[in-house]
Design a binder for this molecule. Structure first.
Ligand code: GLC
Length: 566
């Protein structure tokens, strides 16, 4: 149900074209807890980010996106927010946040922050008040409470499951339940309630006033639930995404969610430049995903197709073509993602054969199936030049630029992701990509993460091999590859509403390769074979090669080359 607050009836306002700095941007994702720890408490912090701004400028990124830093019991790594207008003391102070924004601005780096509107923490004052109040009270109406089924309410109201495992309904002990799409410490807000709309407009205004340039919207396709009575079961509750491409799923991707974003776009456009916004929506239906990116809504949306694609020429090409096509229909820029804090790191993930069940593989510590780490690393470097060679917004997850593999060494008792317990140890979860970054080879200083040697997730000894300091000045390091790629990209890879990828014919790329030529004259050519090389055309002058091998006449196996015609 949409509300009086929603902008459904209001005239919609499109994203102002002149403010679209993000269309070709490289955005670097920082997971603050694991990036850099200035105070040595074992958790990264804002002062740590400030200390690395020069590093980020050298990498050449246009913007940083900070995962949540709000006060939080960290039941889900900060995606359980207890206060949306403050900084968790573990991560720093509001003064430090202001300093971060100011310094980033001086360096020409935009700041995007994470907004979590689907749920709060169970420690949020609203939820505490709700639990202390009677069923039917205004306090409970901010969340999704429902009477249980059965004579005494002993059964959950519907078959809806939590994304993290188990029922999505938690009993309150009085015959009532509350909805939590994720952990039970993350109660879902009721977006049918105008008060929730007002509150989030206020939160967004607060951070706009702090000078942030944009927002990443967590679980953007989940906010609007179908709460009409009687509540409906889902046909297959085990599917953690919408089951039909028609908005009929009671939990996911409902049409009413778009009213919210039209309302937000109106607010964002009141600023000069207008605020950027990008939604996170894991759904299999590209045509619906891109509705969030319409210019009178969020304006941009993550498309995770590339991250999900196996190392296979046809899979890569199909995923790029789909993203490209649907981005055009929404008049937005395509988005390209190889990793984030929710998925295994690309430098390992690309080692698995097509069709591998990723959860089984992660839970087997990367042994079922086993991977060849060297091949996975080569493929990840080649994939980086695919991503950075595509016009659109490219996202780098912290550590990707170091070629950091997934950490499979975490022991069961070290795991922090709520998924591990909620899924009853059937899925190891996402901690393997969240281990604090290695900046130096000094083990007693948590590999340069801090000076104290503490780390909220233990770092394996082999992190030393990937440390930033060891890659500095190394021509063939992954870090150097990323720096060069981002620099060349600024000149050669431009987006434009009228640009089309000119795919290379098979006689140039052969059966193992694919690629495209951009209006700048730069060609991207990737070789997916593990054994055969592809000859480069005679006129090709190599600009960059993902292996940094110095080869100029061929594309080696598992390699991407950028070249131009001479
Ligand atoms: C998003 C976040 C993920 C979090 C979930 C619940 O998917 O990226 O880390 O667990 O939302 O907030």
């Amino acid at each position: 149900m949409s509300t009086a607050m929603s902008a459904g009836s209001a005239e919609s306002v499109a994203f102002p074209a002149q403010d679209d700095w993000w269309r070709d941007a490289v955005v670097y994702q920082i997971y603050p807890r694991s990036f850099a720890d200035a105070n040595g408490d074992g958790e990264g912090d804002i002062a740590g980010v400030i200390g690395k701004l020069d590093y980020l400028r050298e990498l050449g990124v246009d913007a940083i996106w900070l995962s949540p830093f709000y006060p939080s019991p960290l039941a889900d790594g900060g995606y359980d927010v207890a206060d949306y207008r403050a900084i968790d003391p573990r991560f720093g102070t509001m003064e430090q946040f202001d300093e971060l924004v100011a310094r980033a601005r001086e360096l020409g780096i935009k700041v995007v922050i994470d907004i979590v509107p689907n749920h709060t923490s169970d420690q949020h004052e609203w939820f505490r008040a709700a639990l202390a109040s009677a069923p039917g009270s205004p306090e409970r109406a901010r969340y999704v409470f429902h009477r249980g089924k059965g004579e005494h309410g002993e059964l959950p109201p519907t078959n809806w499951l939590s994304n993290f495992g188990g029922s999505a309904w938690e009993p309150c002990g009085d015959g009532w339940y509350y909805l939590h799409t994720f952990a039970k410490e993350q109660p879902d807000l009721n977006w049918d309630n105008p008060e929730v709309h007002e509150e989030f407009l206020g939160i967004l205004r607060f951070w706009c006033g702090k000078g942030v340039d944009g927002f990443r919207i967590d679980v953007s396709h989940g906010l609007a639930k179908d709460l009409r009575e009687p509540l409906r079961d889902r046909p297959d509750p085990t599917k953690q995404y919408p089951q039909a491409a028609d908005g009929s799923d009671p939990m996911w991707d409902r049409d009413a969610v778009h009213d919210i974003y039209r309302e937000w776009r109106e607010l964002f456009n009141q600023y000069k430049p207008a605020k950027y916004a990008i939604g996170e929506s894991w759904t299999p239906f590209n045509e619906r995903v891109f509705q969030y990116a319409k210019q009178d809504e969020l304006g941009a949306i993550f498309d995770f197709s590339l991250e999900k694609a196996d190392w296979d020429r046809d899979a890569y090409r199909a995923s790029i073509e789909r993203t490209w096509k649907y981005a055009k229909t929404a008049e937005t820029a395509p988005t390209w993602v190889l990793g984030n804090h929710d998925v295994p790191r690309i430098a390992s993930r690309l080692g698995v054969p097509t069709g591998t069940d990723i959860e089984t593989w992660v839970t087997s510590n990367g042994t079922n199936p086993p991977i060849d780490p060297a091949s996975a690393a080569r493929r990840a470097r080649a994939a980086a030049l695919v991503m950075l060679g595509l016009p659109g917004t490219a996202f780098i997850y912290q550590g990707e630029e170091l070629g950091l593999p997934e950490d499979f060494d975490l022991l069961p008792e070290e795991l922090q992701d709520p998924i591990w317990e909620r899924r009853k140890h059937a899925f190891k979860g996402r901690d393997g990509c969240r281990v604090p970054l290695p900046w130096t080879g000094e083990k007693d200083k948590a590999f340069g993460f801090n000076d104290s040697g503490r780390a909220w997730l233990p770092q394996p000894d082999w992190f030393a091999d990937y440390a930033e300091s060891g890659q500095e000045g190394q021509d063939d390091s992954t870090l150097n590859l990323y720096r060069q790629a981002v620099a060349i990209r600024k000149r050669m890879v431009k987006h434009g509403a009228d640009i089309d990828l000119e795919w290379l014919p098979d006689d140039v790329c052969g059966p193992d390769g694919f690629g495209w030529t951009l209006p700048s004259g730069m060609t991207v050519l990737t070789n997916f074979s593990s054994t055969r090389s592809i000859a480069l055309p005679e006129h090709a002058a190599v600009l960059l090669e993902s292996r940094c091998s110095g080869t100029v006449d061929r594309v080696l196996p598992e390699t991407t080359v950028w070249y131009r015609r001479v």
